[in-house]
Design a protein. Sequence first.
Length: 294
Amino acid sequence: MSTADLLPRSRALHPYVRGRLAGQFAELAAGQADMAATLHSLAVCEVPIPVRSMLSAHAAQYEREAALSRSMGRSLETPERPRERAPLVQPSSPRRAADSEDRRWYVRVSTCYLLRDGVLITTALSALHQDLRAVAASDDLVAEVAAMSEAAAVRRNQAYALVRDAVRDHGSGISAAALSRIDDLVRELVGPERTGAMPTNPVALRDRAEALVRCWDAACERAAELFASLGLPAQGDEVRRRWYIAALDALAEHDRRWGRKHCVTQAAAAGLLPLTLPGAQPAHAAASLLRPGD
């Protein structure tokens, strides 16, 4: 099915809605492309053939899905400004690196599936699917995103058998590496709002900010659940604490870097949003974000 077949009803949506959806598709495509590049770099290491085949197959699937996401986003008028972020796990050049004693390889493949795939891509697909249904976008477009989500779930189930084996031998290293990348993960969730138009209507601003906080909250809980289900040493409270601090830092960094308030910060400053980021004490969150003079 071509992109043109997917989008006739979606093209009738309000320009603001189309721009926001286009930005979400662009972010999803970039995340899928990052995942593919990282898996390709992991697959060329000297790993057992079944593992190499699985990683290569997953990488190829993510490449195809990234191309489809880009196409759908462009058809909805993707914002012009490019994304500016680094992948959570940088692709590397081929190296001899993957027998049972190579801790670094297992840490890299585990954090890739845990964070990039299990949290970021899952969150992006879930939010996009909900938003498409909320604005009555094309049924075929909704179905296409749902199919991507189902395919990603199948890949995760295949990969987590490998990750659980890795955790048994390298759990502390994987846990520490994943925790250290939470700042980058949260920054990727917070940052994309710079490419979208800020709602001017107070009700729309509040609704958008609340939707984002719910999305971040769900992503935080997803991360905490994955840490627990994979048997990593880090506890859910530790994941939530790191996530909360990272969220506040990411919002402040957004406002400094782009010279405009994030819509969540704007809504909180206007009294439209009782800000309670994941794991936060509401009074602390409000005091941190709403300093005098902001």
